[in-house]
Design a protein around this ligand. Structure first.
Ligand code: GLP
Length: 347
């Protein structure tokens, strides 16, 4: 399931992304990063640079693989992804140039370049892949129609992508390259962990389809529904078309007996996010059902000790406390349409 983290704004999206990224880098100084271009990850890269400068986190043994590169621009062009990555990240950290990999669109034999990149990726294991998303759902430059089993390939950019990216080329669509080399969707899916960053209403439709729509090649990001560890980190605008979540409390019998005297605190733990939308209605329902009960929202993402204490998994858990003791717990699951169904009490 795609885990959603909804943030206030771009800065908070960048903070959250940096938190996840730095945890990977700090826990494994020899890790391999999959990196993306575009405006979405710039705040993340700024935070990585700041952390490197202030805390000395080193990238000297880190390897990086970039998603894509335009065809038709020399690497020295300021808008080549080679230039972008050096300007926004590599020039400011201690990554070794020999450990930096960006698909090459130079030379006459672009297919050979794709094959070489695939061969390199086959030898690597990307620990964390950063993604943005196009307004048509593309990840990397995997435009609508790209098969989910695709590997690094040459692609033509859709008109909407050319228009979107014109802002980097003096708003002149004629200056935007029409072709690119991109990692394929299966290369992206091979990463251990994926974080996709999206902000702004322009991304809302693609994001909602990616998370709640049927999987289909017209929106490459829907492939991520099958990834075992993927976070979408969204601002409120990008999350705005996600279908509202509902709550159905199916079995409250055991809770009734515990809650009866009204001195119980209920904490809600969820280690998938998007919870702002999902937890709030649930707490409202509970508050209506039980007077004199205080409902406390805890997001285990920010409270790993609590998560560990109760072995919280990726399903909603309702924990009832009485006199400081955990006296009851319910588990539930999230249905495909986002409804949380509490199914039973486990104590
Ligand atoms: C480009 C890149 C993608 C990126 C997308 C979104 O097309 N090839 O990797 O995710 O733009 O860009 P932005 O983050 O600027 O919205």
């Amino acid at each position: 399931m795609i885990k959603v983290i909804t943030c206030k704004d771009y800065e908070e999206v960048s903070d959250k992304a940096a938190e996840i990224m730095l945890e990977v880098v700090k826990s494994n100084p020899q890790c391999t990063l999959g990196l993306a271009t575009g405006s979405s990850p710039i705040g993340l890269y700024k935070r990585m640079i700041k952390d490197h400068q202030e805390n000395g986190t080193s990238y000297s043994e880190v390897k990086t693989y970039n998603l894509d590169e335009y065809v038709g621009l020399p690497i020295t062009h300021p808008e080549s992804y080679y230039s972008f990555m050096h300007r926004n990240l590599f020039d400011h950290i201690d990554v070794k140039e020999e450990n930096v990999h960006i698909p090459s669109s130079q030379g006459d034999d672009l297919q050979a370049n794709c094959d070489a990149y695939n061969a390199a990726l086959a030898q690597a294991q990307i620990d964390i892949q950063v993604l943005g998303i196009g307004s048509d759902g593309h990840i990397g430059f995997n435009e609508p129609g790209t098969p989910f089993d695709s590997v690094t390939h040459i692609t033509y950019l859709k008109e909407s992508t050319i228009k979107d990216n014109a802002r980097f080329f003096d708003d002149d669509i004629n200056k935007v390259p029409t072709q690119a080399i991109t990692m394929g969707i299966s290369n992206v899916m091979a990463a251990k962990k994926v974080i996709l960053l999206a902000t702004g209403t322009n991304k809302a439709k693609a994001v909602a389809e990616a998370i709640q729509g049927e999987q289909n090649v017209e929106n490459a990001a829907t492939a991520l529904q099958d990834h075992p560890d993927v976070y979408f980190i969204l601002d409120e605008a990008a999350a705005s078309l996600l279908k509202p979540q509902g709550v159905e409390i199916v079995n409250t019998e055991k809770f009734d007996s515990v809650i009866a005297n009204g001195s119980v605190i209920v904490d809600f733990y969820a280690d998938w996010c998007g919870p702002c939308k999902m937890i709030a209605p649930m707490l409202d329902e509970l508050a209506k059902a039980y007077e004199n009960v205080r409902f406390v929202k805890v997001n285990v993402d920010h409270d790993p000790d609590v998560a560990a204490r109760f072995e919280v998994t990726s399903i909603p858990n309702l924990c009832c406390f009485k006199d400081g003791q955990l006296v009851n717990r319910a588990v539930g699951y999230q249905t495909k349409d986002g409804l949380i169904r509490l199914i039973e009490s486990t104590m």
